[in-house]
Design a protein around this ligand. Sequence first.
Ligand code: PGA
Length: 261
Amino acid sequence: MGKTTARYLFANWKMYLNYEESAVLAKQLVKETKKMSSNVTMTVFPSALALAEVVETVKKTSIAVGAQNTYWVQQGGCTGEVSAAMYKAVGAEYALVGHSERRHLFHETNHEVREKIEAALAAGLTPVVCVGETKHERDDDKVEEVLEVQLRAAFEDIAWPADKPVIVAYEPVWAISKGTDPSAGTPCDPVDASKAHRIIEQFLRGLMPKAEIVLLYGGSVRPHNVSEYLRQPHVQGVLVGAASTKLEQWLEIVRAAEAAV
Ligand code: PGA
């Protein structure tokens, strides 16, 4: 991978913040990040309910907005779903696809992940594809195998637009925190994360030789450990859940990333 100096800071607000809380945090971010380094690319992923409001709030800034989940049908009788096209129409630019909470809590398959990636691309969104192994799979020494199966299903023979980077977040399932308590969660050792990133990079390079590849680490990223990840080769940024929902913690992460550029 060519050396990239930009750092990607992606904030997955999950279902932690309601409409009001999302609106408040978005306003605070606009105020606080005015002086943000241009080498930091920040994207926030609010709930479906708050997304349009957040887009409106951040629209004159460099902060981008993404959807946490999208459906693969763009329009129709699909009660309860929101399509990639609908998110695009209100100003979203990215879509998380295959987050482990979707894969495990909602039983999303590799096939559905692929459908969602293609629908996101068709709608003009940039997918952020999440991959990672469970604790059991790691203990059984199957990290490489699991990553390859997930990546092959997601990207093999896909028509990828030349103007979009391939963004993949390595998020070991066991490392994702279960709540917003700052001490909760078991982060992956940064060197192990970097090894997994290397596997991902090599495999993607084989599948998509010409694509620009951006790899993020996610799973219990906190202000005190973010620099360790950003210092590793093959890690261009982080996807942060819990710590991205608390202004002070998130700003510390931003400052650490700016210092790491
Ligand atoms: P976490 O979540 O930072 O709360 O562990 C990361 C993610 O699930 O994207």
